[in-house]
Design a binder for this molecule. Structure first.
Ligand SMILES: NC(=O)c1ccc[n+]([C@@H]2O[C@H](COP(=O)([O-])OP(=O)(O)OC[C@H]3O[C@@H](n4cnc5c(N)ncnc54)[C@H](O)[C@@H]3O)[C@@H](O)[C@H]2O)c1
Length: 439
């Protein structure tokens, strides 16, 4: 390994504060999981940073270190948690409410989770219609709210003796919105904050506060949030990495596994019908058509971008794609997602694939939160700024440079992620050409 590259990365010394707007099912499952893993009471299944290896050099070299031993990532023992929510429940109470983890497991980490008390949230019910709560910042303009968040960030950092911070949005899905004039330049955005422009969503006030405070920002929901020109400018100006949107779990995760496979064999698809039942608070928020529309957009775009019907009209031009989410309380966080895929093969003969994925939403999302905060912190220490496309692997709607279509194929995304790490650490990239074995 060339130390030249890795020497440029600041070491992961001291504590890393993880600030989370939205301490609900995902955030509390993530925090509980880290605390359980730290105690040796459970394993971090699903996390690349904790379990995956990375091959270096030739296949014959036998060099496959763990990613966490290869790249200088923060240690789980150095993570400190904080955040905001409209409810006053601490992280233990939020986890108990979410009912993702069983009571026996949760009890083991009651103490550290109970100490995570949410700060007062910046909230606007026009953006999340189905819920409201008592723990909300009152009064002031959106500019004042941003300042209050920056103050929260500074105070948290001081009180917890953190060296560095990362923010990750695990708040509810906000109503659908496209970028408007106020989102175009930083000047427009800041003017909009002062004038309380209704097009500025709460999640955008958090993202703005994070970036202003030099804190990397990830967006786990499909909201527009930081995917606007003003925020891209700010992240570059402040030298801060950002990424999003919408954790790739559950049904869309399955879709991005299967669709590239069918396409790789040039099999056609006539229809893809996806439906879900989901009973957690996320499901309740998504009952609102405005919030569902935001989710639907990222869920629908995936297939189009993987299958490229413009290049393969014979196979995918007429694909009928439908995604439904139904709120069904009895299942709680244990979602069930059905897919019916109508495909066709040689000479156009039809076939069908049925998938019934009985998944656990937050169990799938929690390791993604862990990886994202550790990788974003690494990116920040390596001086990387703006959109982190190598983290597309984690998202349904990966952010990309303006005008560039996102890469949705999970295997290409994984290769991109690992090559980024190799590049960062001064190792040769792996192209999979493999000629050297046959010379
Ligand atoms: N679980 C998954 O697999 C998954 C996958 C992709 C995306 N997501 C997204 O992640 C987010 C979190 O999911 P969840 O299951 O934890 O939902 P949740 O409803 O349990 O938690 C969200 C929390 O955000 C809070 N909140 C809403 N607006 C806020 C604001 N302005 N400031 C601070 N807090 C706010 C809510 O009070 C709630 O406690 C959702 O947007 C969801 O769509 C989840």
């Amino acid at each position: 390994m060339s130390n030249q590259q890795s020497a440029k990365i600041a070491p992961a010394d001291g504590k890393l504060g993880i600030l989370i707007p939205g301490i609900g099912a995902v955030a509390s499952t993530f925090m509980a999981g880290v605390e359980l893993v730290k105690r040796g009471a459970a394993q971090p299944v699903g996390s690349l940073t904790q379990l995956a290896t990375i091959r270096l050099g030739k296949r014959t070299d036998g060099r496959s270190p763990m990613i966490k031993d290869f790249a200088p990532l923060a240690k789980l023992d150095d993570l400190v948690f904080g955040g905001w929510d409209i409810y006053e429940d601490n992280a233990y109470e939020a986890a108990a409410h979410a009912k993702v983890l069983d009571a026996g497991m949760l009890e083991q980490v009651k103490e550290p989770l109970s100490s995570v008390k949410p700060m007062k949230a910046v909230f606007d019910q026009n953006y999340v219609k189905r819920i409201t709560g008592p723990n909300i910042k009152q009064g002031g303009t959106k500019r004042d709210q941003a300042e209050m968040l920056i103050e929260d960030i500074t105070t948290f950092k001081q009180n917890n003796g953190c060296d560095r911070l990362v923010m990750i949005w695990c708040g509810s899905t906000e109503v659908f919105g496209r970028p408007t004039a106020v989102h175009q330049t930083l000047k427009d955005f800041e003017c909009g904050l002062m004038k309380n422009n209704p097009d500025i969503a709460p999640s955008q006030i958090y993202a703005y506060a994070a970036l202003q405070a030099g804190v990397p920002f990830a967006n786990g929901a499909p909201n527009l949030t930081s995917d606007i020109p003003a925020m891209l400018d700010l992240s570059r100006d402040r030298g801060v990495p950002i990424c999003g949107k919408d954790f790739k779990t559950g049904q869309t995760f399955m879709k991005t596994l299967i669709a590239p496979g069918l396409k790789s064999r040039m099999l056609g698809i006539n229809g893809w019908f996806s439906t879900n039942i989901l009973g957690n608070r996320d499901g309740e928020v998504l009952e609102d058509p405005g919030s569902f529309k935001t989710k639907e957009e990222t869920k629908l775009s995936v297939l189009d971008q993987i299958l490229q019907p413009e290049l393969y009209p014979l196979l995918y031009k007429d694909l009928y794609h439908s995604v439904k989410i139904n709120y069904y309380p009895p299942r709680g966080d244990s979602k069930e997602g059905w897919d019916n895929i109508d495909i066709f093969g040689w000479l156009g003969y039809p076939m069908q694939i049925k998938i019934d994925f009985l998944c656990r939403d937050s169990i799938l999302a929690a390791p993604l939160v862990l990886d994202l905060v550790l990788f974003l912190d690494l990116a920040q220490r390596a001086g990387m700024k703006g959109i982190q496309e190598w983290l597309s692997f984690y998202f349904k709607g990966p952010m990309t440079a303006p005008g560039l279509y996102p890469e949705h194929d999970i295997f290409i995304q994984l290769m991109k992620l690992k090559n980024r790490l190799r590049h960062l650490m001064g190792e040769d990239l792996i192209t999979h050409l493999g000629l050297e074995y046959y010379d």
